[in-house]
Design a protein around this ligand. Structure first.
Ligand code: NI
Length: 173
């Protein structure tokens, strides 16, 4: 298992729709293992393959609910097949846009279908934070970032904050 570099906002791979996985081999399992390791080190709740520079429809997610409930999945070719009617607003961040968070509105529940890394069908009925993380990561597979869900004004303000953070970091290193 290896920790991979996470690509940041501005890298074109984050804006490309990722390719469908067609081969369920050892290379895919290695990618999934590396993505879990990378996510843990980065202290994220989810990670999509494009975030490690691999344009494939693969995500990992690991969510600990406050009630101690635990949800973990590696999904291949996942898609949202059903959106709940109830909407939910919560702050969201992204490992590819570190240091900034903003409230994003999304369906509170979704049904996701895909396969596991062995190619076996998976269906997940997710709610709350678990549903939010899965939607965020599936967005990544379509070249969509959480900032795309914000109003133009909120997005401009967030990007301004982000650029300021990055330039302070550059100046400090
Ligand atoms: Ni993200």
């Amino acid at each position: 298992m290896a920790v991979r570099d996470i690509v940041l906002l501005g890298d074109p791979v984050l804006r490309e729709p990722a390719r469908e996985v067609e081969t369920f081999d050892e290379e895919l399992q290695t990618l999934v293992d590396d993505m879990f390791a990378t996510m843990v080190v980065a202290e994220g709740a989810g990670l999509a393959a494009p975030q490690v520079g691999v344009s494939l429809r693969v995500l990992v997610a690991d969510v600990r609910h406050s009630e101690g409930e635990h949800a973990r999945a590696a999904l291949v070719n996942p898609r949202v097949v059903e959106n709940g009617s109830e909407l939910d607003k919560e702050p969201e961040g992204c490992l590819s846009i570190p240091g900034v968070r903003e409230v994003v509105e999304r369906p509170w529940s979704v049904v996701v279908e895909g396969t596991d890394p062995a190619g076996e069908p998976v269906r997940i009925e997710a709610e709350g934070l678990w549903a939010r993380v899965l939607q965020h990561e599936i967005d990544h597979l379509n070249g969509v970032l959480f900032i795309d869900h914000l109003s133009p004004l909120k997005r401009r303000m967030l990007l301004k904050r982000y650029r300021k953070l990055r330039s302070e970091e550059d100046a400090g290193s």
